[in-house]
Each structure stands twice: as structure tokens, then as C-alpha cells.
Design a protein around this ligand. Structure first.
Ligand code: CP
Length: 304
């Protein structure tokens, strides 16, 4: 039985195969509508979510399966002191696969050690978010037509932004990828990601505080929200939250085919004026999330 805890749990071939299936689902959705008849997905969300939880649920329903679960820890017996491990052992009796989000880094890994069914990490603290990365890879594949030869700007909270950590790890395995890391000093990419991923794989990267400095070089601009829930004090959050607000002027020197992405939710970091720009891909990205999760469920349940 295979779990998905970290994007590195999947080989490039497995990711490429899933992207192919997701693209086939997009064009032939009816063909898949009974693939998971009789199967149950449990969504255990100990932290808030809109896209991840609902796209997982929509994915399973579109495959003919059923869903159960909770959207906050307070409505589960965790609020009475039950451990995550015990919760997982029990939910495995009621479901065939579990998607789990938790504020503590490593909680899905611990859960996977006790689980009788496959566990999918739907986001663990500031650590990883592999299914967002699969969504991002499908988006890049569709919008740019390739996953190699790309210069990717990552902007905002690179310290706590788990989607950024997983995306860098995934993209570093493709050919000729360069990164531009755009953040205030306090929210720089953690040293362990730089050392263990970028430097270990000889990936070229630049760091800047200025969003416009490398704008003309970028094929992708991946904006992120400042992660309020991970800050130790509100003052620092208020000082940093509006550090970057992408607007039309800042895109003056951008390529005509730039792909602007954001895992969402957005707070202020992209002006709504940009939403109608044909380079804005973030709502399409949220839509693609359902299809790649359908492909992931099929793979993890070993449905042909
Ligand atoms: N992108 C993402 O993880 O969104 P949610 O927090 O709404 O699930």
C-alpha cells in the first residue's frame, strides 16, 4: 500500500502518467463516472480548507464514490483528547482512502504508520502540500505545454508557504529549471530547502526583495499569501502582509505568455484588476485541482 506524504513519494513517470489521466478526464469525464462505485474517501481536516477538501470530495463523487469526514478538529473526538493515530486506525475501518490536513508538520506521516488504508497528505503545517503541487504541475503542463526549460518566480511567504516547498522539490527534477525567490528577508525560503533541494541538485536560483527585478525573465510567477496562521505575533504579520501586491503596473515588463499562478486563498497579494488578464491562471489552477485529484484517487486505489 502506498501513501502520498511528500511529492518525492512519486516518481516523475508516476506524475507524468497522472497528468495524462487528468487531461483525459478533462475531455472525457463521463468515462470515469463509475470508476470508484462503492468506494469511500474520508476527508479529515484538522485545519481550514476550501479548495483541497472540496476538490477531493468533488473528485470522489465524480468517480462514483462516496465521501465522509470532518472539516474541523472540534467536531471530531480529537477535541476529547483522542490521538491522531487512534483516529486514523478507526477511520480506516469506515473508508478506503483518507485525505488528511493537519497543522503539525509530520502528522500525516505518523498517521500513515498506523493506517490500514492509503493516506494522502492534504497539507501539514508549513511543511508540504503534495496534492497542491500535483495541481500546479498539471496547470503548468496545460498552460505552458511543458514542465522543463522554465524560469519560475516564487513570490511572498517562502518561509511558511508549504506549497512553495513542495513545488520547488517537484520542479527541481525537471530539466533546465531556474528559480527567482522573491520575498522580504523575514520570509525567505528555509535554508534546508535551499541546501537539500536547490544546491544539492545544482539548480540555478536568484534571491531578491524586488518583484520587478526579474519580471521580464519569468515564464511563471507563483504568488503566495503571507501565512497569518503560522506567525508567532500579529505585529509581524501586519507589517509584512501587504509587502507584495501584484498589479498591472508591476507586469509592465512581463512576458506576453507569463503564467500567473496562486494556490489560493488570495488575500491582497494580487489586485483583482489582474483577474481578467489572460495571463491570470489561478482560477483555472483551482479547477484543475479536482481532475488531478481524481487521477490520484484512481492511482492510489489501483483502479484501472
Ligand atoms: N490551496 C489550498 O490548499 O487551498 P485551501 O486551503 O482552501 O484548501
Amino acid at each position: 500500500m502506498k501513501h502520498l506524504i511528500d511529492i518525492k513519494d512519486l516518481s516523475i513517470k508516476e506524475i507524468d502518467d497522472m497528468i495524462k489521466v487528468a487531461k483525459d478526464i478533462i475531455t472525457n469525464e463521463d468515462k470515469y463516472s463509475h470508476k470508484c462505485d462503492g468506494k469511500k474517501l474520508a476527508t479529515l481536516f484538522f485545519e481550514p480548507s476550501t479548495r483541497t477538501r472540496l476538490s477531493f470530495e468533488s473528485a470522489m463523487l465524480s468517480l462514483g464514490g462516496n465521501v465522509l469526514g470532518f472539516s474541523e478538529a472540534s467536531s471530531s473526538s480529537v477535541s476529547k483528547g483522542e490521538t491522531v493515530s487512534d483516529t486514523i486506525r478507526v477511520v480506516g475501518c469506515y473508508s478506503d482512502i483518507i485525505a488528511m490536513r493537519h497543522p503539525k508538520e509530520g502528522a500525516p506521516l505518523v498517521a500513515s504508520m498506523k493506517s490500514s488504508v492509503p493516506i494522502i497528505n492534504a497539507g501539514d503545517g508549513g511543511h508540504n502540500h503534495p496534492t497542491q503541487t500535483l495541481t500546479d504541475l498539471l496547470t503548468i503542463n496545460i498552460e505552458k505545454g511543458r514542465l522543463d526549460n522554465l524560469t519560475i518566480g516564487l513570490c511572498g511567504d517562502l518561509k511558511f508557504g508549504r506549497t512553495v516547498h513542495s513545488l520547488i522539490t517537484a520542479m527541481s527534477r525537471y530539466k533546465n529549471i531556474k528559480f527567482v525567490l522573491i520575498s522580504p528577508d523575514e520570509l525567505k525560503l528555509p535554508e534546508y530547502v535551499k541546501k537539500e533541494v536547490l544546491e544539492k541538485n545544482n539548480i540555478e536560483y536568484a534571491e531578491t526583495r524586488n518583484i520587478e527585478e526579474y519580471m521580464s525573465d519569468l515564464d511563471i510567477l507563483y504568488m503566495t499569501r503571507v501565512q497569518r496562521e503560522r506567525f508567532f505575533n500579529e505585529e509581524d504579520y501586519i507589517r509584512l502582509k501587504d509587502y507584495y501586491i501584484l498589479n498591472k503596473k508591476k507586469l509592465d515588463k512581463a512576458k506576453k505568455d507569463l503564467c500567473i499562478m496562486h494556490p489560493l486563498p488570495r488575500v491582497n497579494e494580487i489586485s483583482t484588476d489582474i483577474d481578467d488578464d489572460e495571463r491570470a491562471c489561478y482560477f483555472k489552477q483551482a479547477n484543475y485541482g479536482k481532475y488531478i485529484r481524481m487521477a490520484l484517487i484512481l492511482k492510489m486505489l489501483e483502479v484501472k
